[in-house]
Write a protein that binds this ligand. Structure first.
Ligand SMILES: [Zn+2]
Length: 374
């Protein structure tokens, strides 16, 4: 954590050091200690109290239709229409939430509008929490504020992190239970106070730059807060920083050729960057070809160059035949197969160093890097 903290003594410039008066204590050593995240025995999670069972008609999610071609434009129109509805209804509260993280300080923002006018803005900051926690906290504040204003009967939450909002209704153990429990208890009272009270969660990706959300987003980035020490760290943040450290080490080991082997085929992503290991969604390679066992087997053989071709036989069984069956090349190498050999031309593209094109090549040439009888 020391090295990540921009405020630790080691990161001070000589000029900053010369300005420092009195004793200096490295505050990052004081930022340990984890704050409580779990609340599995909370009454909101006990059987019979689940909000999904008792008030299933009172809340709903309005998601982006990802199958739609014009999804961004369409979404902005839907959001505009929803605002129009809300602003003509005095009982509706529009709550727009966002969060951002700068120098390990998270800013959670919620803006509440009624009748098309801003009525409440809340800003909170916290050190050493993850963006998911900050987003959920912004939603929690928005709901809390909206519920505390007497006459609203419909609350509309607009967020770019709809997956976070869904966690509110997740009764399994997860690191945001403390927030979920508070929100659920607030919502239960809200639904009980009048039978027509409802809440809607609207997904609004930040890339839409939809005006209300864009304002909240701009606000969340405009604050510059210095961390006040000692501060505690959330359980999820500890997990994340450990994970980041491990991934860094993993990438370093992988880049050194002895980690991945000399024969490893470096492939590029769609932005032409060399693909690096990652644990998310099974890693970048398996995402591209993990759906088919045979494709995956051939891809792994080709990438590791551990495959039934002449180049491999020349290395391990030099007495065997290693010439390419096309009779145009003395050694059947991986490079030759991928880029030149006329036996494999089902799919042609000069960029077979890109993972996506590499997979297309393998799909179009089912015999490439496969064990065949001939
Ligand atoms: Zn050939």
């Amino acid at each position: 954590m020391k090295s990540n903290n921009p405020h630790n003594i080691g990161s001070l410039t000589n000029y900053q050091r010369s300005l420092t008066k009195g004793h200096i204590v490295d505050s990052s050593i004081k930022s340990h200690g984890i704050f409580l995240s779990f609340s599995p025995l909370d009454p909101e999670f006990s059987p019979g109290h689940h909000i999904v069972d008792n008030f299933s008609n009172c809340f709903s999610f309005n998601l982006v239709n990802k199958r739609e071609e014009n999804q961004n434009k369409l979404r902005s129109q839907e959001l505009d229409k929803m605002v129009l509805h809300c602003s003509s209804d005095p009982l509706s509260a529009l709550v727009v939430t966002d969060a951002s993280i700068k120098n390990d300080i998270a800013i959670s923002i919620s803006h509440i509008h009624s009748f098309n006018r801003p009525i409440v803005k809340t800003v909170h900051h916290a050190s050493f929490v993850t963006s998911m926690e900050a987003e959920l906290f912004a939603i929690r504040c928005g709901i809390n504020q909206a519920c505390s204003i007497d006459n609203f009967s419909k609350i509309v939450i607009v967020t770019d992190s709809i997956h976070v909002a869904k966690r509110i209704f997740d009764c399994d153990s997860h690191p945001y239970q403390i927030h979920s429990a508070t929100i659920l208890s607030e919502l239960c009272s809200f639904f009980l106070s009048h039978e027509s009270n409802t809440i809607e969660f609207w997904e609004c990706p930040s890339k839409l730059r939809w005006r209300f959300h864009y304002d909240a987003n701009k606000d969340s980035k405009s604050f510059s807060v210095s961390p006040s020490y000692p501060s505690k760290t959330s359980w999820d943040f500890c997990k994340k920083s450990d994970c980041d450290k491990l991934t860094k080490l993993w990438k370093m080991t992988f880049q050194a050729s002895d980690g991945k082997g000399n024969q490893f085929l470096d492939l590029l992503d769609d932005d032409l960057n060399v693909i690096e290991p990652s644990y998310s969604k099974g890693g970048p390679w398996l995402q591209a070809f993990g759906h088919s066992n045979s494709l995956c087997a051939r891809a792994v053989r080709a990438i590791t160059n551990h495959t039934p071709i002449g180049e491999y036989r020349l290395r391990f069984f030099p007495n065997m035949d290693f010439e390419c069956p096309c009779n145009n090349y003395p050694i059947e190498t991986r490079r030759h197969i991928l880029h030149e050999c006329r036996r494999f031309n089902g799919y042609w593209n000069p960029r077979r160093d890109m993972l996506s094109h590499f997979v297309m090549f393998l799909t179009a040439n089912p015999n490439a890097f496969a064990f065949t009888n001939n």
